[in-house]
Design a protein around this ligand. Sequence first.
Ligand code: F6R
Length: 263
Amino acid sequence: MEVVIRPDAEQAAHLVAQLIAQALKQKPHLVLGLATGRTMERVYCHLVRMHREQGLDFSLCRTFNLDEYIGMPPENPNSYRFYMNHHLFSHINIDLRNTFLPDGMAADLKASCRRYEELMAECGGIDLQLLGIGADGHIGFNEPLSALRSRTRDKALTPSTIAVNRTLFKNPDEMPTRAITMGVGTILDARSALLLVTGSSKAEILAKAVEGPITSMVTASALQLHPACRVVVDEHAAVNLQAQEYYRWIFETEPEWAEFRKA
Ligand code: F6R
């Protein structure tokens, strides 16, 4: 894992967008794993701006989202399909037929989850997986005790995730209690992973995920097993990290970060 600390949430999101843009320029056929949630909104804002101002090209890119609520049709403003169209896809030159999310409306959820895994494999696997972290340490909707080798499947959400996410619903009673999510094993198969964590409310869980033991109680801790995982955080989220001095030194001195230091 490599941890990078940026001064604030805006600069952390900007760096994540720059890393995605770099990957896309290096490989126009990039298979990009995407996440939703409040933290990602800033990243998508930057990507839209880079598309408009710098011509960042998504025309050959394919995307796979981590998760989708069960029983939520795509046209529902609370669905993750709606979120993705609203925050990103409608504003960039991506072919919507190249954008995939799990199908929360499928009659046969298990078959649809298997198909989602097959589709990722047919596209050559995920090159870069974007991730956020939940208050309970989840990545995707891999709630505590999710098997660290789990694959895409339907999953019951925890009461704490339901409590956090229902605040985003106009009618909180519409908040589903189940979702389809890529598994921890699916996420670990991505060739690279990029976790963005901002805000003081995430400081405690971030320290557990990055510097604590690997445990299915905090599924983000499984990223410690990933050979190419970058974690971008802001100062507020970083306060509990023990090795801050080292992380700052890496960003200031390693050549791979040189082009991002001046930004
Ligand atoms: C969303 C997802 C979740 C979120 C996490 C953080 O697709 O996979 O793991 O990344 O719940 O959400 P926010 O950013 O709203 O705190």
